[in-house]
Design a protein around this ligand. Structure first.
Ligand code: NAP
Length: 300
């Protein structure tokens, strides 16, 4: 089984953005975060750090948990108006009392570098993408980088969220794959996923997809990012490779696990993305690429 490590490709994408910035394209990103969710804080920190690496100017608006929908709408409106801001990202999830849909719909679609605004989702669905959500866009870059054939492939996407599953399915369709979308109501999930040459899993359930879900030789893209702290669960997921992960659990209290059981998938898959070290790295790199694109389109 070939591990589809993504660090090299992520570095290459960021290097291309950096070169463009050094040639004189100015770009800036405003990151908005509400509340104290530690995972969100880490994601935003990584995005800001990537901006620094490539030379994109960034600003971080960290707002208290008590922020109301109206206050957030005011901030979005002011960022929309500012000419020196090219891209706006609102880190999800927002606290439950904030109307997430209203916030996403308030973004100027031309600054929507996450590609979540209905205008951008609609354009993607029509086959005329402008800003595509970073995670699925990064997966397409990875498949292309490794010459994995999309055209004509039986592709199965497990998960139908607005940020991963749906746009992923659209992108694969656009590239002439035959696409099946599965979700929590799919009957006999394994029977469906087993038909896929290309299996993309984005469900948020640690190690749910195992040996029986995977066609021998298939390419498996694991989008999931789940924290697992139970040592028996770690042993089940990593088999004879569990020792290193158990050390991580002992040190940090948990280890990061995808939606695919890595030990079982290694027995059947042809290629597979690791977690960590796979899709997550590409997501941040694609955010840099989208921000550069927003800057270019706005200043044309
Ligand atoms: P989400 O919004 O919670 O959506 C999960 C999807 O999975 C839903 O469509 C749900 O079906 C489906 N699902 C849940 N349980 C299932 C099951 N047992 N069988 C089949 N389908 C099932 O999640 P998301 O935002 O797409 O994220 C998915 C995972 O990817 C999470 O682990 C998240 O942390 C990770 N993620 C990673 C990155 C990255 O950069 N690597 C980026 C984004 C997300 P229903 O629609 O029927 O409820």
């Amino acid at each position: 089984m070939i591990k589809l490590e993504a660090a090299g490709l992520a570095a290459k994408i960021k290097e291309e953005v950096k070169t463009e910035i050094e040639r004189g394209t100015r770009a800036s990103l405003a990151a908005v975060r509400v509340g104290d969710d530690p995972a969100s804080a880490v994601y935003v920190k990584n995005k800001i750090r990537a901006c620094e690496e490539v030379g994109i100017r960034s600003e971080h608006h960290a707002l208290p948990e008590s922020t109301t929908t109206e206050q957030l709408l005011d901030l979005i409106a002011s960022l929309n108006k500012r000419d020196d801001i090219d891209g706006i990202l609102t880190q999800l999830p927002l606290p439950p009392h904030v109307d997430e849909t209203a916030i996403i719909e308030a973004l100027d679609p031309a600054k929507d570098v996450d590609g979540f605004h209905p205008v951008n989702a609609g354009k993607l669905a029509m086959g005329r993408p402008v800003f595509v959500p970073c995670t699925p866009a990064g997966i397409i870059e990875l498949l292309d980088d490794r010459d994995i054939e999309i055209r004509g492939a039986n592709a199965c996407v497990v998960g139908r969220s607005q940020i991963v599953g749906r746009p992923m399915a659209q992108l694969l369709l656009q590239r002439d794959a035959t696409v099946t979308i599965c979700h929590s109501r799919t009957r006999d999930l394994a029977a469906v996923t087993r038909t896929a040459d290309l299996l993309i899993v984005a469900i948020g359930r640690a190690g749910l997809v195992g040996r029986d879900h995977i066609k021998p030789g298939a390419t498996v893209i694991d989008v999931g990012m789940n924290k697992v702290s139970d040592v028996d669960e770690v042993r089940r997921l990593f088999g004879d490779q569990a020792d290193k992960r158990l050390e991580v659990v002992a040190k940090r209290g948990s280890t990061l696990v995808g939606d695919v059981n890595p030990a079982e998938a290694a027995e059947v898959a042809g290629m597979m993305t690791p977690v960590p070290g796979g899709v997550g790295l590409l997501t941040v790199a694609m955010l840099m690429k989208n921000t550069l694109k927003a800057a270019r389109l706005r200043r044309q």
